[in-house]
Design a binder for this molecule. Sequence first.
Ligand code: GAR
Length: 194
Amino acid sequence: MTPVRVAVLISGRGSNMAALIEAARAPGCPYRIALVLSNKAGAEGLDAARLAGIETAVVDSAPYGKDREAHERAVDAVLRDHGVEVVALAGYMRILSAWLVGAWAGRMLNIHPSLLPKYPGLQTHARALEAGDSVAGCSVHLVTEGMDEGPVLAQAEVPVLEGDTPETLAERVLSVEHRLYPETLSRFCASLPR
Ligand code: GAR
């Protein structure tokens, strides 16, 4: 079957993006990365995508100011131009409006560094440590209007260790993000009606 055309949306480092690109190289992978798009021209991940031979685009959010939907309409136009079928958010640090979420309902995934519904939003690792949790992890979920509230497709857990800081915990969680996201995106794409 023809691989599903996936766009990865990033704002920064792009390590999850790199994991998705790497996994897509495997023979029989049900998706291919058709585009990496960033809202920031300086996003580190863009260079890694270009080096991997992936098409990239920047739709800078700054000139749109508070007009979230106008920026999203520009993003959406680029996605449609590239024949994108599924959008994978990977450290895309924008709050999405109902318009974009509606336009991609059921076809937009996100990875979040907590065991949702715990700790939506930011500072997830510091909050897990403050709460004294013994287990942390990450979730891949479908994107809906509420921030980090959509149906969870998969989760992976890691232990919280004695002496952990938000940074050491983030690193441990990130390494399982890199496994969970490609696995979940593959399963999701393989099950899509085409
Ligand atoms: C990842 O840990 C991802 O789960 C998190 O940002 C990091 C991006 O790293 N996403 C969120 O917090 C979304 N709410 P990366 O750019 O190296 O993939």
